[in-house]
Design a protein around this ligand. Structure first.
Ligand SMILES: Cc1cc2nc3c(=O)[nH]c(=O)nc-3n(C[C@H](O)[C@H](O)[C@H](O)COP(=O)(O)O)c2cc1C
Length: 356
């Protein structure tokens, strides 16, 4: 079967939801919400266009769970602020072509900009690796605040289902709250939420459990997680692989792989700190397209859930070759052939047309 035919095949997720094809648009913050944090008519128009574009899966830009901790003005917020009818219109428009539409849910934590919040909440009051411009002094969360935030993720997931979305994704990548809990540099807590890798993963796992409880078993639940933070002494590939093994015990429908944070934006092909050797190796990886493919190949035999990679899928021919290679890798491993990865492709399509 050709790569193009494989990509066009539908895929049934563990919860029973069906992706009509294996092309996914990863979360892309729109910045188009009204000042109250409601979806606007621009959001509605944009998602109708994206749905008509033909991807089997659209993931929304990150939706905030707390109005005073937004990732930027222009975010959609679900925080007892009304707007359910606008969410319904948005959800309906984003599925006109029969695709899946998932809401990405986030709390930006230490990367909350100063013009939104002077004292962002974070696992620890530790500014390490945070670009000094534009961020206020961090405040370590109390346990009550951690538990409240986990509940908020559940509540917002329930609202996404009520509004007509077909799935939800927890944003645990790119240095935001759940991602910073995973990082030994950002999370220096000495209670049940910090220290060992198991403790650092607790916030993400408890948030996913709260979301699953809120949406039920027949609804898609996903997490976007870093392959690595690309910081010396930070969350690295080995730790990330160990966390995937922990995630196998949760009822996840898709693990999306990305990497980096504001200081080391690997997700868009740029680098941060690290030893000169590690940095060189990481730079070589990022110069290639589909930055996280190597990681996905290592993750495939460990992960029991479907995988999606995002980042740098720019040229069609290169992308097709990677797809073929991944098929071979996954089908060569007994018990792991069922879920080849999905790729983010909307940007790639645009670039492909241009190069013709
Ligand atoms: C304008 C813009 C907004 C983004 N917003 C989000 C977001 O809300 N949530 C998220 O997980 N990633 C976000 N990303 C990262 C993308 O999902 C993706 O990981 C990254 O762009 C790499 O993929 P690409 O090379 O195909 O662009 C954003 C990227 C861009 C360029």
């Amino acid at each position: 079967m050709t790569a193009a035919k494989r990509i066009a095949q539908s895929m049934t997720l563990p919860c029973g939801a069906v992706l009509p094809n294996r092309i996914g648009k990863s979360a892309t913050q729109e910045g188009l919400a009204t000042p109250l944090g409601h979806a606007s008519e621009l959001n509605v128009t944009l998602y109708r266009r994206w749905s008509e574009g033909g991807a089997g899966l659209l993931i929304s830009g990150d939706v905030m769970v707390d109005y005073s901790h937004r990732e930027r003005p222009g975010n959609i917020v679900i925080d007892d602020n009304g707007g359910i009818d606008a969410l319904r219109r948005w959800a309906k428009a984003g599925q006109v072509a029969g695709n899946q539409l998932w809401m990405q849910i986030n709390q930006p934590g230490r990367q909350t900009p100063i013009d939104v919040q002077a004292h962002p909440m974070a696992p620890s009051a530790n500014m390490a690796g945070l670009p000094p411009e534009g961020f206020g002094m961090l405040r370590a969360m109390t346990e009550a605040e951690i538990l409240d935030l986990i509940e908020r993720f559940g509540r917002v997931a329930a609202t996404a289902r009520e509004a007509g979305f077909t799935g939800v994704q927890l944003h645990a990548a790119h240095g935001f709250m759940a991602s910073s809990f995973l990082s030994p540099l950002c999370n220096t807590r000495d209670d049940a939420w910090g220290g060992s890798l198991e403790n650092r993963a607790r916030f993400m796992i408890e948030s996913l459990r709260a979301m699953r409880r809120a949406v039920g078993n027949d609804f898609a639940l996903s997490v976007k997680m870093n392959a690595a933070d690309f910081h010396k002494g930070g969350f690295d590939m080995e730790q990330s692989m160990a966390v995937i093994a922990m995630l196998n015990a949760e009822s996840l429908d898709l693990l999306e792989i990305s990497g980096g944070n504001y200081d080391a934006p690997a997700m868009i092909g740029a680098m941060g700190s690290g030893s000169p050797l590690a940095r060189k190796k990481a730079e070589r990886t990022l110069r290639r397209e589909a930055y996280f493919m190597e990681y996905a190949r290592r993750a495939r035999p460990i992960a029991t859930m479907p995988l999606m990679i995002t980042g740098g899928s720019a040229r069609w021919m290169r992308w097709r070759r990677l797809w073929m290679r991944m098929q071979l890798t996954s089908s060569a491993l007994p018990g792991h052939s069922a879920h080849p990865p999905i790729f983010r492709q909307s940007c790639s399509m645009a670039k492909r047309r241009k190069s013709r």
